[in-house]
Ligand binder design. Sequence first.
Ligand SMILES: CC(=O)SCCNC(=O)CCNC(=O)[C@H](O)C(C)(C)COP(=O)(O)OP(=O)(O)OC[C@H]1O[C@@H](n2cnc3c(N)ncnc32)[C@H](O)[C@@H]1OP(=O)(O)O
Ligand SMILES: O=CC(=O)O
Ligand SMILES: [Mg+2]
Length: 353
Amino acid sequence: MRSAKDFFRPLAVGAPAPLREVPFRPSRMIHFFDPGNEKMAAKVPALVSEVDVLLGNLEDAVAADRKEAARAGLVKTARATDFGGTQLWTRINSLDSPWALDDLVTLVTEIGDRLDVVMVPKVEGPQDIHYVDRLLAQLEAKAALTRPILVHAILETAAGVTAVEEIAAASPRMQGISLGPADLAADRRMKTTRVGGGHPGYLVREDPGGRAPRATYQQDLWHYTLARMVDACAAHGILPYYGPFGDIQDTTACEDQFRNAFLLGCVGAWSLHPVQIGIARRVFSPAPQEVAWARRVIAAMGDGTGAVMIDGKMQDDATYKQCRVVAELADALAARDPELARAYAEATEEAAR
Ligand SMILES: CC(=O)SCCNC(=O)CCNC(=O)[C@H](O)C(C)(C)COP(=O)(O)OP(=O)(O)OC[C@H]1O[C@@H](n2cnc3c(N)ncnc32)[C@H](O)[C@@H]1OP(=O)(O)O
Ligand SMILES: O=CC(=O)O
Ligand SMILES: [Mg+2]
């Protein structure tokens, strides 16, 4: 095991030093596109101003005989596009596939200066992160990169879930973790055939003796895993995300799934189709009234200690900290999103009247 003192040393001579803090950059939607699909790739320039993150997907959803085309398409798109403040990520193929090594070698040496984050699928434990960590350092040194590429793990195997804390802590490169409900369901042998979302059979039923018919309430299949992942991420200073919602037409259930994740601590989710971009933007941006309230509590709490009453509700050090979470997120998003900045300013003025 490496000494704690070595944790922030580069893993290859000439590689950039690891970051000490994960920079918070808005990432409400990680928008997936297939870079080998010319029609989809042609939409990237128009999407740059619409999304926080564009992700060139090389893994599942790209057919085996299209892997090389997708990789080459990503190199082409990355070179041809001005991303401005929008992040460029990629999802490489899984580490047990014949493509993962070439994905990393090609992308880091060809477009490493444009890539912010590499998403690694089917992570089973810290050993997978250590492998990618060392390889990235070697390639960054070779490509003379001056800033480290960060790593994002998908939590989508039972082994990964049992090791989620160790995965989150595996490297200073760790940027975040996404829940991957589709592969996780298969790996756990769950009896669902959906990409995220609930299932009408997973429910609790009202006790007998009351109303007839007895009411049933659908339960959330993903709550346990998502909550566990959020704790692991928060404890290790990295960012948690809900992953994909596959029923593209069911925008209502998509919004519900995203909102549950937001309220539980996630900072974003994946958008698989343009229709999910606006949903993620709406859900993962705190509501203007919440922001106005948070700012009001912060202003009333002074140095953040003690207790005050506002509108009949007790506020103290703990609610002050909750309000700071909301207000700081709002400030970070407003810096990128002028429309949101205006809505927050208006709501704050209104609340002060
Ligand atoms: C479990 C997991 O691993 S999830 C992650 C892997 N999966 C993915 O990445 C899937 C990404 N998304 C897609 O491949 C597609 O959205 C699909 C296959 C789901 C649906 O595609 P389509 O059948 O073309 O959808 P639809 O007809 O509604 O598309 C409307 C338009 O949006 C475009 N579009 C669809 N998805 C995207 C996208 N992700 N990015 C950019 N444009 C897109 C289509 O090209 C189409 O363009 P057009 O109007 O010029 O013809
Ligand atoms: O990759 C995502 C998943 O849900 O599987
Ligand atoms: Mg998957």
